[in-house]
Design a protein around this ligand. Structure first.
Ligand code: SF4
Ligand code: SF4
Length: 350
């Protein structure tokens, strides 16, 4: 993150705004990954499940997304799904508009279909392709977005590989090294990110990492972090994975990101994962990166997170104060109009 981005994010927080926005641009997806949180029963809390939610397409999707963006004025926008490439035509229209607004956009995709080549020219785009393990495990989990399709569909692009470590990937020694070696060798790959599978509360699934396995994976990642240039795994991130935020109220990611589902109205709470995620087992890279920043101590001995907390409270108070100041003259005007209308009911009627 550049200094300018930090200053701009801080400015947003001081203005009582959240610097990030995440949008489930469609509820449709041709994959059916085991453990997918988007299609979980509780993803949208007590509301309708995502597959019954309204969604937009064509020009109305483009207009609605831009209206949402112009209202929230985020610095960073994550476009997720369902599968965003279901709406590749609309995203192709949106990306230059977002770029013009100076917004850093991230599209998270399975690369199940060709990625439009026009996207290459968008300056502030990070194209993130989810690849969960080596070919046998990945293809089983994410068909039809198989290795062979991904390799074809990313041609000509510059991508970030995002791997979510599941239990299935931890049974073979040297697995992660082999994975990093394979994807580091692909010229289209710019960066490699690693998340750990995050379960919902009381979940029992084959994807979950038991505590001892999670600790072993993190030890292995600590040994590999400097072995591959494209692998982005700073030690602060690994520390955050070892000690994730205890609950959503302590998670900087959840507190700085507005997430909306496919009707562009329904909020996804408490974070992008929705439902009731088990924060103590959180392995989400976005949460871990912000947690690492939160815990970072500045040379003056103050935690960055303390500055964030103070700025946020200050920002919310200033926002409330601004609202009072704009509402007061309006109320005075309304009161005066009310008095006039009482004095001269006929003139003001109709
Ligand atoms: S690609 Fe994403 S949205 Fe689609 S099933 Fe897999 S995890 Fe869920
Ligand atoms: S991102 Fe992780 S820590 Fe933050 S609220 Fe969601 S599950 Fe909890």
């Amino acid at each position: 993150m550049r200094t300018m981005d930090v200053v701009r994010a801080w400015g947003r927080i001081l203005a009582g705004r959240m610097p990030s926005l995440s949008i489930e641009i469609t509820r449709k997806c041709p994959l059916s990954c085991p453990g997918c949180y988007a299609y979980g029963q509780d993803h949208l809390g007590a509301g309708e499940p995502i597959n019954q939610l309204r969604e937009f397409e064509g020009s109305s999707l483009v207009e609605e997304v831009l209206a949402l963006v112009d209202f929230h004025k985020p610095l960073h926008l994550s476009i997720v799904g369902g599968e965003p490439l279901v709406r590749w035509r609309e995203i192709t229209r949106l990306l230059p508009e977002l770029d013009k607004r100076g917004i850093h956009t991230q599209v998270v995709t399975s690369a199940v279909r060709p990625i439009p080549l026009e996207w290459k020219h968008v300056q502030r785009l990070n194209l993130v392709v989810s690849i969960d393990g080596l070919q046998p495990e990945h293809d089983k989990r994410r068909t039809p977005a198989t290795y062979s399709r991904i390799l074809q569909h990313i041609r000509g692009h510059s991508i970030t590989v995002h791997c979510t470590v599941t239990r299935q990937m931890t049974r073979q020694e040297g697995y992660m090294r082999e994975f990093f070696a394979f994807w580091s060798a692909q010229p289209e790959v710019r960066k490699i990110w690693v998340s750990l599978y995050t379960p919902q509360m009381d979940e029992k699934s084959d994807e979950m990492l038991p505590a001892d396995v999670r600790a072993r994976v993190l030890d292995e990642l600590a040994l590999l972090k400097d072995a591959f240039v494209k692998l982005e795994l700073p030690s602060g991130l690994l520390k955050a994975y070892r000690r994730p935020p205890l609950y959503p109220g302590r998670c900087v990611f959840a507190r700085t990101t507005h997430s909306f589902s496919s009707d562009l109205r329904t909020a996804v709470m408490p974070c992008q994962l929705g439902g009731k995620p088990d924060c103590r087992q959180c392995g989400c890279i976005a949460a871990a990166v912000l947690e690492a920043v939160n815990r970072h101590r500045l040379p003056i001995g103050i935690r960055t997170g303390t500055i964030y907390d103070v700025s946020r409270v200050l920002g919310l108070r200033l926002k409330a104060l601004r609202r009072v100041n704009t509402e007061r003259p309006l109320r005075k005007q309304a009161d005066a109009d009310g008095v006039r209308s009482l004095r001269n009911p006929v003139r003001n009627a109709g």
